[in-house]
Design a protein around this ligand. Structure first.
Ligand code: HEC
Length: 395
């Protein structure tokens, strides 16, 4: 019953998180595009920086970008802020539900022996302290030299990534880096971008000329946010791909993928051809990530062991003992509901059919059994490895 409810809470939060995130990132993509597509109006109009025409879903739209003059306050002004806040609220709720309330995904005894309480304290601490540290850095005198401030920020992010990858299960580590980035992005919107916009509006309303440098400063945070977008989206997807989060060098894989995403973003935002150079380092870091996620150890083990093929009976006994407590219609461990991941091993054919995934999860990435709850040994993993290397025969 409780797992049924937790599952539904998980699904509904994920759904809301996904939809709010699309609305947030989608509108931010749209405005970046809008800024670039604006052209100077044919007949110069006071305060108008650029305009454009669009056609969408059957309607024609004309948009002007302008600086309101003193006293000029639009009757209705649309703000974009709740998308970001909702994405954050649902994301943090998911983090708590999956990693702090659920017992399965936060820790991995193969990574560290830290206690649950300590791990949760570290996780919450990171999310709470990340923003003041980042914000303080970018308000300090160092921020006048953006390359140095950016290098310091990246250094800190690397340190955090290595730390969480040493303490948490790979999956939880990636998600905590994501929660940290997401929190910084939402705080940028609510604490820096919106207040600057509000101050400019207040000045206009009071009939004073608005200080548009406030807008410039808010723009810097908005640029930061745009660089964090792709890495953050990748982290959301990563928990379907154990090769990324469970690689022994998972911290490096994550950083390289993050940098690749940021370079792609640079190529997208930058003006015209001049920013296309960024696609080369993006490709290189991406290949780097792919390279460092390859399971070298597993390949070596398989090569030395092809001579003796274990019988299917031996394989089945390992599966029955170590996997079927969860992956069976007659499961004894119901923590994850019926057929976790959609997989049961009740017939010989179902085991053989899943051979490739068994290799990935139980041999290469060692992400199954989950947190090694059923205590599989290396010798037993080896039995599975040799059987699969021999083509998973049902004899
Ligand atoms: C304690 C419960 C538990 C045990 C024991 C367990 N699993 Fe899983 N398994 C899960 C859960 C939960 C999921 C879904 C989440 C995920 O994919 O990480 C899953 C998903 C899977 C998937 C489907 C996802 C994919 O990547 O294709 C495979 C295959 C799998 N497990 C193989 C195994 C094997 C092989 C064993 C035994 C060596 C095993 N599991 C033992 C809980 C368990």
């Amino acid at each position: 019953m409780t797992s049924w409810l937790a599952d539904w809470a998980n699904l509904l939060l994920r759904w809301a998180h996904f939809v709010a995130g699309i609305a947030w990132i989608g509108s931010s993509f749209y405005f970046i595009w809008l800024d670039r597509a604006l052209t100077k109006p044919e007949h110069a109009k006071p305060g108008v920086e650029g305009d454009l025409w669009m056609v969408h879903s059957g309607g024609f739209y004309q948009v002007e970008k302008r600086r309101p003059g003193p006293g000029e306050v639009p009757a209705v002004l649309h703000w974009f802020k709740w998308e970001a806040m909702l994405t954050w609220i649902t994301g943090i709720a998911l983090l708590i539900l999956v990693f702090y309330l659920g017992s399965a995904y936060l820790l991995d005894p193969n990574v560290s022996r830290i206690s649950r309480g300590a791990a949760i304290a570290v996780g919450i601490g990171l999310i709470v302290l990340g923003w003041p540290i980042y914000d303080g850095l970018w308000r300090s005198p160092l921020a006048r030299r953006p390359p140095i401030a950016a290098a310091v920020s990246l250094g800190l992010l690397t340190a955090v990534t290595v730390l969480v990858c040493r303490l948490f299960s790979g999956r939880a580590a990636f998600m905590h880096v994501g929660a940290l980035l997401g929190t910084i992005m939402v705080a940028n919107v609510w604490e820096r971008i919106l207040p600057a916009q509000r101050q400019m509006l207040d000045a206009t309303r009071a009939g004073r000329p608005a200080d548009f440098t406030l807008g410039e400063r808010a723009k810097q945070r908005s640029v930061h946010n745009s660089y964090m977008t792709f890495p953050l989206l990748l982290i959301m997807l990563s928990n379907h791909f154990p090769a990324t989060y469970a690689s022994p060098l998972n911290w490096l894989v994550l950083l390289l993928l993050g940098v690749a995403g940021a370079f792609v973003r640079h190529a997208m935002i930058g003006r015209g051809r001049s920013a296309r150079w960024a696609l080369l380092p993006a490709a290189l870091t991406l290949f780097g990530a792919m390279f460092f996620s390859t399971p070298k150890g597993a390949a070596a083990r398989i090569r030395t062991a092809t001579d003796s093929v274990p019988s299917f009976a031996a394989v089945r006994s390992v599966i029955a003992q170590r996997c079927q407590p969860c992956h069976s219609q007659y499961q004894s461990d119901r923590t994850f509901g019926p057929a976790p991941g959609g997989v049961t091993f009740d017939t010989p054919e179902s085991v053989a059919r899943m051979a490739e995934r068994i290799r990935v999860r139980a041999i290469e990435t060692k992400t199954m059994p989950l947190a090694n709850k059923t205590g599989i040994t290396d010798a037993e993993r080896d039995v599975l490895a040799r059987w699969i290397a021999a083509g998973a025969p049902l004899r």
